[in-house]
Ligand binder design. Structure first.
Ligand code: SF4
Length: 470
């Protein structure tokens, strides 16, 4: 590796990655001006869903403007810039790219000017028929500005705007297939739409006279708003100064919300489709303890998402919970490694074992998932180097054996450790003294027992057909 290169810390590489977070705000009161500021705080709370680029589109009632760039929310927006973004309505986006390159032009929100004005969109998800629709639009003379499949939605709306804006939005949503949680902004309205399977999350909040939309409810807490409900799968909501209305609902939907949102992506202080994320992770740990007990001295969790399940495992097993691994909070997603030798020690920079708690102990280590297996191996080595006598790894999800096609960045199938290794082989490869996973039924039990989740990356059975050729 080049001495000055930036690289993604392996602990982060060895996870599925959420693609994006979206947020929207519209104040129905007179004299409202701080929608951009509210959106900025909302995006801060959603930063874990994407760190490559971010942006806000905002309206003062007469025109839609933008500010977006590569970088974190704290890097892209200054106090000065926000002071000038006077608005009553705004949408925002944080992005980690899967479709479309990581470059400024693909940062969202993106917009088109059309017959009735300007429309901006921020999208979380992946359209599985984007290529086909794009080709049809190009054949009809549309020129695309970005590689992003979200631009397909904008052009579909612009093309049929002559039939009225609401009709155009409904038709566009019916034409695209895949996963989407979308917020859109025009000069005078905020629109939220969720795909008919509800694969990606979107919820609705209220603060005084203002309505909010967000990928996760934790963003409502950050601006003092209250969570009202989730946007239903297949529903389109439209918010204007006159209030909120549901302009479209699909009667019969087979809800298939991404199970990984509950396992890893979402913040533990969020609530999604009526389920508290923290509580779901705790329940997964309790089930693991009941199904896969082991004699041990200490239970510990891999920070951050393994901790709630470790608390659940400890409670159900009666084995005390201790902090065994300490995460460096001040490290970004990438950092500079000056030499190859230091690169090999990078795992110590990101995470270190707490010797006082693990030395001479039999440890139950809880993590949320195994993707490539590299992190599990390194963490077990860390704990053993710190003096742990045994490390029993318990995973609060089933084996990840298949890629995701719905907005999550996943490695090739051949790189997924569980796709070509038995549990016994994985145990040997990562150096654990024992290794156990939740089954898919147990995962669903941890989520309340109803079969309304996508578990495609565990089972290979997806809620809708996957794109050809991927
Ligand atoms: S395949 Fe996996 S990561 Fe993708 S939407 Fe389904 S559960 Fe989520």
């Amino acid at each position: 590796m080049n001495g000055n290169s930036r690289f993604v810390c392996e602990a982060d590489e060895d996870k599925f990655r959420e693609e994006c977070g979206v947020f929207g705000f519209l104040d129905t009161s007179e004299q409202s001006t701080d929608a951009s500021l509210m959106t900025y705080y909302g995006l801060f709370a959603l930063q874990h869903r994407g760190q490559e680029s971010c942006g806000i589109a905002f309206s003062n009632g007469e025109q839609v403007e933008f500010k977006k760039d590569m970088g974190l929310v704290s890097e892209v927006f200054s106090r000065n810039a926000l002071d000038q973004m006077v608005s009553f309505a705004a949408i925002g986006h944080v992005r980690y790219s899967t479709k479309g390159d990581s470059k400024r032009i693909n940062a969202q929100p993106i917009s088109v000017n059309y017959k009735l004005g300007t429309i901006a969109v921020a999208h979380n998800g992946t359209l599985v028929n984007a290529e086909v629709v794009r080709e049809l639009l190009e054949d009809g003379g549309v020129v695309f500005q970005t590689d992003s499949d979200s631009e397909v939605i904008l052009n579909l709306i612009a093309r049929s705007a002559k039939r009225g804006f609401q009709t155009a939005v409904k038709e566009a949503m019916q034409a695209v297939k895949g996963s989407y949680a979308i917020v859109m902004l025009t000069e005078n309205s905020l629109i939220g739409a969720r795909d008919p399977y509800g694969i990606r999350p979107l919820c609705l909040g209220k603060k005084g006279d203002a309505y909010l939309l967000s990928s996760e409810s934790c963003a409502f807490d950050s601006v003092g708003a209250e969570y009202i409900r989730d946007v239903k799968p297949g529903e389109i909501v439209m918010i204007t100064k006159e209030g909120i209305q549901s302009i479209h609902e699909v009667e019969q939907t087979i809800t298939s919300t991404c199970a990984f949102e509950y396992i890893y992506f979402a913040r533990p202080d969020s609530k999604m489709d009526g389920i508290d994320i923290y509580k779901a992770r705790e329940r997964a740990g309790e089930i693991l303890a009941n199904k896969h007990p082991v004699e041990a001295d200490v239970v510990t969790g891999v920070p951050d998402s393994g901790i709630p399940s470790a608390v659940g495992y400890s409670r159900a097993s009666g084995i005390p919970y201790e902090i065994g691994l300490v995460k460096n909070k001040y490290i970004g997603r990438t950092f500079i490694a000056p030499t190859q030798e230091l690169r090999e020690h990078s795992v110590h920079v990101k995470m270190n074992a707490l010797k006082a708690n693990v030395q001479g102990k039999r440890i139950v280590l809880i993590d949320d998932s195994i993707v490539r297996g590299t992190t599990s191996k390194r963490l077990i080595t860390l704990l053993k180097e710190a003096g742990a006598k045994e490390v029993h790894l318990r995973i609060s999800s089933p084996q990840v054996q298949y890629p995701c096609y719905f907005g999550i960045d996943t490695p090739y199938r051949s790189d997924l450790m569980a796709s070509h290794n038995s549990i016994e082989q994985m145990k040997q490869l990562i150096g654990a003294d024992s290794l156990e996973f939740l089954s898919t039924d147990e995962l669903i039990e941890s989520l309340g027992g109803a079969n309304r989740f996508c578990i495609g990356c565990f089972s290979g059975v997806y809620p809708l057909s996957t794109p050809v050729g991927i």
